[in-house]
Design a protein around this ligand. Structure first.
Ligand code: ZN
Length: 135
């Protein structure tokens, strides 16, 4: 596992992170290392609602429309996708969603572009007490 800065490393190892998310990120790191020889690279973990508002307002979203984010509850993390080949990033996302469900849906890992146009993988767990893991 790699981290953008010590801030993300501390948040990853801290009490605020949902243990289910930590487990999924470890699984993704293991898969990425085994399949591609590349550590998972965590760029963002905890983001407060105030930080979230700043990020979205910068992108032109009105402040009143900024919704709560899983990041503010320790249930979301972002990983750098462009350090992988595009097909590898898609494979990692498919593998993650096959094995871990978000609200019963294949939406635990989402590949999308961030503000700078670079791809990242948003990883999330829901607010339920249970997690669905494929047998
Ligand atoms: Zn995210």
């Amino acid at each position: 596992m790699r981290y953008k800065t010590v801030k993300q490393e501390n948040e990853f190892n801290g009490d605020a992170l949902d243990n289910r998310l930590r487990m999924i990120l470890y699984a993704m790191d293991g898969y990425s290392k085994t399949e591609f020889g590349v550590d998972l690279y965590i760029t963002e973990v905890i983001r407060t609602h105030e930080e979230n508002i700043r990020v979205y307002v910068e992108r032109g979203v009105p402040e009143a429309k900024v919704k709560a984010s899983v990041h503010q509850y320790g249930r979301g993390a972002d990983c750098r996708a462009w350090i992988l080949e595009s097909e590898q990033a898609s494979q990692l996302v498919r593998w993650t969603n096959k094995n871990f469900k978000y609200k019963g849906r294949p939406a635990t890992a989402l590949l999308h572009k961030v503000g700078n146009g670079m791809n990242h993988i948003h990883v999330q767990v829901d607010n339920e007490e249970i997690i669905t893991i494929k047998k």
